[in-house]
Design a binder for this molecule. Structure first.
Ligand SMILES: NC(=O)c1ccc[n+]([C@@H]2O[C@H](COP(=O)([O-])OP(=O)(O)OC[C@H]3O[C@@H](n4cnc5c(N)ncnc54)[C@H](O)[C@@H]3O)[C@@H](O)[C@H]2O)c1
Length: 189
């Protein structure tokens, strides 16, 4: 069984992935980093993860790391993804991929240029609702799909201020991703 070495960056929502990587049979070495040193130590102590990076650059320079998972604030995604890919590592990034179509194109081009993999971590494709509808389609119970419409509702009470007023299309993937997957279609830029 081939193992890959993973670094996880950003440990607020990203903290939910720590035990998954720690315990996954295909993950070899696993390290974490957050610019907030207190949070990093808390997560490390809570989950028993011993490998703590001192900076994002240290991860980029670590030849042992095969893949980096970014769960950092939205405005950082584009530049951090490009830096990861250009360092020769595979990159997974939480949604959204970037804030502009130019940013998305840059990442797509860098992925082609470097030959590394990029994965946008759309979590709605791993929900019970998604699996349920997917199964209905697979069993032929829904029939031929002619039209789909998606929406995403979220209770945002007590969320950080920067979410208020965020243009909806800067965070459209939870509504769009399931429809793309269920219809077997692709979005190209
Ligand atoms: N279901 C989902 O797919 C889902 C759910 C929640 C959040 N998200 C995404 O996850 C990302 C993070 O969301 P959040 O709610 O945890 O945000 P947050 O702002 O609460 O936390 C971000 C974390 O990243 C750290 N950080 C900030 N700058 C950093 C840097 N330069 N290097 C390393 N770490 C840095 C912060 O200290 C903090 O721990 C966002 O992009 C959001 O869109 C996705």
């Amino acid at each position: 069984m081939q193992k890959i070495n993973v670094a996880l960056v950003g440990l607020q929502f990203g903290g939910a992935f720590v035990k998954i990587y720690r315990d996954h049979p295909n993950v070899g070495e696993f390290g974490i980093y957050d610019i907030d040193g207190v949070r990093k130590l808390e997560v490390s102590e809570n989950a028993g993860v011993g490998k703590l990076y001192a900076s994002f650059d240290e991860i980029l320079c670590d030849k042992n790391v095969d893949a980096v998972h970014l769960v950092t604030p939205i405005p950082l995604h584009e530049e951090q993804t490009i830096a990861v890919l250009e360092s020769g590592k595979h990159c997974a990034c939480t949604v959204p991929m970037a804030l502009t179509t130019d940013g998305i194109r840059r990442i797509a081009e860098t992925t082609r240029k470097t030959g590394r993999n990029f994965m946008m971590m759309e979590t709605t494709l791993y929900t019970y609702q998604f699996y349920y509808v997917n199964e209905l389609i697979r069993q032929g119970k829904i029939g031929k799909i002619q039209f789909m419409r998606g929406s995403h509702y979220q209770d945002m009470a007590n969320w950080p201020d920067y979410w208020m007023g965020l243009p909806p299309m800067h965070y459209g993937t939870h509504a769009i991703g399931p429809m793309v997957a269920l219809s077997g279609s692709r979005i190209s830029v």
